[in-house]
Every structure is written in structure tokens, then in C-alpha cells.
Design a protein around this ligand. Structure first.
Ligand SMILES: Cc1cc2nc3c(=O)[nH]c(=O)nc-3n(C[C@H](O)[C@H](O)[C@H](O)COP(=O)(O)OP(=O)(O)OC[C@H]3O[C@@H](n4cnc5c(N)ncnc54)[C@H](O)[C@@H]3O)c2cc1C
Length: 457
């Protein structure tokens, strides 16, 4: 049996905890069954966003006629795009491993609980007074052995397909469909219902649907009835909600239908650690599982499923375990973005949620055309939607759709991070005529809605 001060299972975001603890002289074991760095830099956020850069340039050229510029793409070196992306990915695992000092023992294999405080990896038994589970998630499996999930394209090895069918309607499906179609790979997105990005505010997802459908070939209300894979092609029989069938063929088929917890790999049946009905590990507000001394952070807890949330949690757990932090981490807000064309960014509640939960609110939705920089994009769809508590001026939700929405969102996040009063966004000084200036009329309108509310109540 090997003894440590801290054992970490999962070398994604929690690698940073190993680094911190080891620098403080703790003896740390870190166990990773795949690649250090985890999902985000190897097969998630980073490579998928590297692809968006190529898609964006291709779209800008394709859409240049909006600016009365007649241009066309001569050639896209798709092999080079994947070579670059694959080369980036290949450096992640060694780079992460090189950051560990001599106090960290690295175990490459699957970590499994033998009991509440004994972990087995590669037939070795390890124990520590503190164990951290940071095992993340993996894609829900594809429905055919030759079909892909997002894990199979990062890195993409072998021949690059000339056509691809993507199943799904969430952000991963949309980001990948956006990329493949922009670089000229014949792309079809299959969406089971009429809604796409259905977790977004309805006003935003309906604008998204209209604009995104101009770029990407989408079949709504459609699912795959039958898959025949022959001659390196998927021959798909599709069915729609009226029961009508059609045929579609593509070289690649990619499922982006959701993620599942990796908790089934952990031998939790040998412990008193409890999971919820979706197999995510239950925890208290200090990240402690139902077993004392065993903690869970990041996607494995199934709460936010975002890299910035995992990073915050790992950082805070480090303070609890190593610096005697006694405060629990309470996220005041949790933003996210969808890096498609159009781009979407969102924080806080949607209007549907406000209605469902009977929360008192006022709302405004404003275009971006008061900003000359926004006008210069010659796009009419960008919008800012605010959901405001009319009694306190608190921003309950903000939803943006438009160029650089994820960047634009940060000025709203700064206000929410401080005392969260929409009036700051109305009163602050903006650079004229920056894109961000589009937030000013939106804030003016939202504050007016609050004042109207007071007048009538
Ligand atoms: C295509 C894609 C795009 C994304 N884009 C974004 C984005 O734009 N913004 C954003 O915020 N988030 C994004 N995410 C989500 C983000 O990647 C995750 O929220 C984040 O990586 C979670 O970090 P984690 O450390 O909890 O888990 P992970 O990074 O998944 O790390 C868990 C690690 O544990 C290992 N492991 C699992 N079980 C065991 C075991 N039994 N023994 C040993 N090791 C084990 C896994 O191999 C993995 O390396 C994206 C995800 C995907 C798939």
C-alpha cells in the first residue's frame, strides 16, 4: 500500500490542485486514464474553439457580398487545419505532466475505489486522508460502431470526410456543424424536435434558429431510423415527426447527443459515496461526498459542466484542503457562450425560468444598431435581452446574440460581480462607437421597464 497526503482521480482541471499541493510539500498521487489536461484542452473547449477561427474566416469571405465585396474562396487546406489542431493536442499531455514536481506521483491508468479510502490503479493500492474525484464526463455513445462522437475528431486521424451528418441540437452539435459547413464539408444537422439550443432563452434560440439555418443545412423533427454502413459511407434512413421517411448518405456520422458521467469507472459500489439518479456524485457545499475525506469537483458533480466552473471549484477546493478556507463557494452567476455563427452568450435565468418559478421580473430586448461598430457588421439580428428584478434593479438574466457576444457579456458580468445593479450599465461611460456601446440602449430600455413597473404597481 502506498501512502499519500492527497490522491486525485482525474487529471483534467484538478491537475492544478496536484501542482498547488505538491508545491506546499504535500505528497500527491494523480491518476489519469487518458490524457493529462482532460477534456478541455485535449478534446473539448480549446480544440473546438481553434476550429471556430477557421470557420469564422471562411464565413467572412463567403458573406462578403453583404458589404458589396465580391470574393470567393480559392482553396481551403482542410488537411492543414486538422494537422495544426492535432499538433496542438499532441503537446497537451506532455506539457501537463511536465508541470508536476517530484512530490507528485503520476499513475497512468484507471483509478477504482476498493473501499472508502483505498484506490487501486494498475494493481497498486494507494491511500490518503484526502481523495478528490475529478473524473469529468464522456460523450454519450454513438449509435453505430463506425460513427463518431466529439472525442473521435480530437485528434482527427485518417481521411477527412467530404460529407458529415451531425446528430444533436446542443452547443457541441452546433459548434461542430458550424465549423464543418463553413470549411466546405457537406454538412447536415439532424435535430429531433423543432428547437435548437433549447436551454437558451426562447427569444434568443428562435433568432439563432433563423440565422443559423442560413449557414447550416438542418433537418428539424428528424431522427435516424436505420443506419447501413457500406463502402465507407453511412446510408441513413431518416424519419420525421409525420412518420415520413427519406434517405441521406454521408461519409461521416457524428453523434453530439449529450454527455454522461465517468462515475461508472470508479468502483463506487465498494464505497459509501452516493450518486444522483443521473450518476453524478452528490456532495455538500464544501465539495465533500457522502464519504468523509472524499471530495468531488468539476463535471463529475454534474452541476455546471463548464470549464470555468471546474477551474473555480478546483481552486476553491485547494483553499479548503490546503489553506483552511472555511467559506463554501457560492457562484453568484454562471455564464456560458456558444461559439457559433451567430454567437450566443448568456448568464442567469431565462424568461421561461422566471415564469416557471414565479419570479417577479421585467424584460427588455434591444437591437444593437445604436452602435456604429455594430451597424458596420450589416447584421440586423443581434440583440440584448435583459431580465431584471424590478424591486432591486438586479440583473437576473442577460442573453446576447451577435458578433463577439461572449466578449460583450463580460461588461455585464463585471457589474453582476460587483453590486449587480443594471443602472451602472446605463450610467457608465462607453467608448463611442465601440461594439460594447450596444449595451447602453439595452440598459436604458431595461431601466425604463423597471421605472414603468414602479409607475404601474
Ligand atoms: C467538444 C466540447 C467543447 C466544450 N466547450 C466548452 C467551452 O467552450 N466552454 C466551457 O466552459 N466548457 C466547454 N466544454 C466542457 C469542458 O470541457 C468541461 O466542463 C471541463 O473539461 C470539465 O473539467 P473536469 O476536470 O471536471 O473534467 P475533465 O476535463 O473531463 O477531466 C476528467 C479526467 O478524468 C479522467 N478519468 C475519468 N475517469 C477516470 C478514472 N476512473 N481513473 C482515472 N482517470 C479518469 C478522464 O480521462 C479525464 O481526463 C466542452 C466540452 C466538449 C466535449
Amino acid at each position: 500500500m502506498k501512502n499519500f497526503d492527497l490522491i486525485i482521480i482525474g487529471g483534467g482541471r484538478a491537475s492544478n490542485l496536484a501542482i498547488k499541493a505538491s508545491k506546499m510539500g504535500k505528497k500527491v498521487a494523480i491518476i489519469e486514464k487518458s490524457k493529462f489536461g482532460g477534456t478541455c484542452p485535449n478534446r473539448g473547449c480549446v480544440p473546438s474553439k481553434l476550429l471556430i477561427g477557421y470557420a469564422h474566416v471562411a464565413r467572412t469571405i463567403k458573406e462578403s457580398s453583404r458589404h458589396f465585396i465580391n470574393s470567393s474562396i480559392n482553396n481551403i487546406d482542410i488537411n492543414k487545419i486538422f494537422e495544426e489542431t492535432n499538433s496542438f493536442i499532441s503537446k497537451i499531455d506532455p506539457r501537463y505532466k511536465s508541470r508536476f514536481n517530484e512530490n507528485v506521483e503520476v499513475f497512468e491508468g484507471t483509478g477504482k475505489f476498493k473501499s472508502d479510502n483505498i484506490i487501486v490503479v494498475n494493481e497498486e493500492e494507494l491511500t490518503a486522508p484526502k481523495i478528490v474525484i475529478a473524473t469529468g464526463t464522456r460523450p454519450i455513445e454513438a449509435e453505430h460502431k463506425n460513427a463518431w462522437t466529439s472525442d473521435d475528431i480530437f485528434p482527427l486521424e485518417g481521411e477527412i470526410p467530404k460529407s458529415i451528418t451531425i446528430v444533436g441540437s446542443g452547443f457541441i452539435a452546433c459548434e461542430l456543424a458550424n465549423f464543418f459547413s463553413a470549411i466546405g464539408i457537406q454538412t447536415k444537422l439532424l435535430v429531433r424536435s423543432q428547437r435548437i439550443l433549447s436551454n437558451e432563452d426562447k427569444d434568443i434560440s428562435s433568432i439563432f434558429k433563423e440565422e443559423f439555418s442560413k449557414n447550416v443545412d438542418i433537418l428539424f423533427d428528424t431522427s435516424i431510423e436505420n443506419i447501413d454502413y457500406s463502402d465507407s459511407k453511412f446510408n441513413l434512413e431518416l424519419t420525421n415527426k409525420n412518420g415520413e421517411t427519406s434517405k441521406h448518405t454521408s461519409q461521416a456520422l457524428l453523434y453530439a447527443t449529450g454527455r454522461q458521467a465517468n462515475t461508472d469507472t470508479l468502483g463506487l459500489e465498494n464505497t459509501s459515496i452516493l450518486c444522483d439518479e443521473r450518476n453524478y456524485i452528490k456532495r455538500d457545499e464544501y465539495f465533500q461526498t457522502s464519504t468523509q475525506g472524499v471530495y468531488v469537483v468539476g463535471d463529475a458533480a454534474g452541476e455546471h459542466m463548464l470549464q470555468h466552473a471546474a477551474a473555480y471549484e478546483v481552486n476553491h477546493l485547494g483553499k479548503i484542503l490546503l489553506e483552511e478556507e472555511t467559506e463554501a463557494l457560492k457562484f453568484k452567476y454562471m455564464p456560458h457562450a456558444v461559439f457559433t455563427d451567430p454567437e450566443v452568450a448568456s448568464v442567469g435565468i431565462t424568461e421561461q425560468k422566471a415564469i416557471e418559478e414565479n419570479i417577479e421580473y421585467v424584460t427588455s430586448i434591444t437591437d444593437w444598431l445604436a452602435s456604429a461598430k455594430a451597424m458596420s457588421t450589416r447584421l440586423n439580428y443581434p440583440r440584448t435581452k435583459f431580465i431584471i428584478n424590478p424591486n432591486t434593479y438586479e440583473i437576473l438574466g442577460c442573453h446576447l446574440i451577435g458578433p463577439d457576444a461572449s466578449t460583450m457579456m463580460h461588461q455585464i458580468l463585471a457589474v453582476m460581480h460587483l453590486d449587480n445593479d443594471i443602472r451602472h450599465l446605463k450610467e457608465m461611460l462607453y467608448i463611442h462607437p465601440a461594439l460594447s456601446e450596444a449595451i447602453l440602449p439595452a440598459a436604458v430600455e431595461a431601466v425604463k421597464k423597471v421605472e414603468d413597473f414602479h409607475e404601474h404597481n
